[in-house]
Write a protein that binds this ligand. Structure first.
Ligand SMILES: C[S@@+](CC[C@H](N)C(=O)[O-])C[C@H]1O[C@@H](n2cnc3c(N)ncnc32)[C@H](O)[C@@H]1O
Length: 288
């Protein structure tokens, strides 16, 4: 499609094919929802369309309608498509300055609490959770903290529970860790074999990795901190607003909400109910 021109100025064939594809895409998402209960109808459409195109290639199918047909009759194809939508890209101490800000601005507040509950929503394969556990351990707060780490992607949760991450990423993670204000030898947190770094299981002694879908599931506790980074970027405005409602309801008084670098509270109807603890690192605190 010629994306620079409005639809009315595009050749009929292009307009037709793009309108048809949009309809097919809607039907595919509707089918996935009605058949399997997974609701991607409010994910950013361009991103979903890109994933679907790639899946069409991988399955050697000519049209989105052909993919819908296969998805409806074959749960394994539906699973593969849902894996495509998950986009589980992550790393340890991702955006080191965020972790530095958390260490210097959030930790002093958590020290005052008798126990701490943190929810990592959209935790992927767990690198973010292990990073937080290391930070909490260094600040002497890990033993009184319960971490709930959730994701829609069961394969990633399974990986997170093992605590084994590719060894060839450790150099980059060490750099991130140092930039985030890390206090020890990063390698003291893991044992390695030839392929993986196996992180100390004590780090996640008080962590639970469980399935939770931000689109369809409700809150399950009251939290002092919610970390939801690089997840809502894939949601349209309506879904972002619903998830912001869920987070606001789930936060304790003076609770902390941490978002990703490209996300913000600007579109949340609750924005007046938060103050910025660190605006540049997207760390907010409720006024309730
Ligand atoms: C890009 S990763 C972000 C991982 C981590 N938070 C980080 O910043 O490195 C996005 C994660 O959000 C998860 N996700 C997408 N939609 C979700 C939903 N509706 N409910 C829960 N998790 C979801 C994906 O499965 C994926 O693991």
């Amino acid at each position: 499609m010629n994306e620079n021109k409005p639809p009315s100025q595009q050749p009929m064939e292009e307009q037709g094919s793009s309108r048809l594809e949009q309809l097919e895409l809607e039907l595919l998402l509707e089918g996935l929802y009605r058949m399997y209960g997974y609701d991607y109808r409010n994910y950013v459409r361009n991103s979903v369309a890109r994933r679907v195109k790639l899946r069409l290639g991988a399955e050697r199918l000519p049209t989105i309608t052909a993919l819908l047909d296969r998805v409806l009759h074959d749960p394994a194809t539906a699973q593969r498509l849902m894996q495509d939508f998950s986009i589980p890209v992550t790393e340890m101490f991702r955006d080191p300055l965020f972790f530095y800000a958390f260490r210097t601005k959030v930790i002093p507040q958590l020290r005052r609490l008798p126990e701490v509950r943190i929810w990592h929503a959209g935790c992927s394969s767990g690198e973010e959770v292990y990073s937080m556990a290391i930070l909490l351990e260094e600040e002497g707060l890990l033993s009184k903290t319960k971490i709930y780490a959730t994701d829609i992607n069961e394969t990633m949760l399974e990986r997170a529970r093992t605590g084994a991450f590719p060894l060839n990423r450790m150099q980059a993670y060490t750099t991130n860790y140092i930039r985030s204000g890390g206090m020890r030898e990063f390698s003291s947190y893991y044992d390695s074999d030839q392929v993986h770094a196996h992180f100390n299981p004590e780090l996640i002694q008080h962590a639970l990795f469980v399935h939770h879908n931000l689109v369809t599931d409700r809150s399950f506790n009251e939290f002092h901190v919610i970390v939801c980074r690089n997840v809502m970027i894939y949601f349209d405005l309506e879904l972002q607003s619903r998830v912001h409602d869920l987070f606001y309801e789930s936060l304790a008084p003076s609770g902390i909400l941490a978002l990703g670098s490209k996300e913000s509270l600007m579109l949340s109807q609750h924005r007046q109910n938060y103050r910025e603890l660190d605006g540049s690192q997207k760390i907010y605190q409720t006024r309730k």
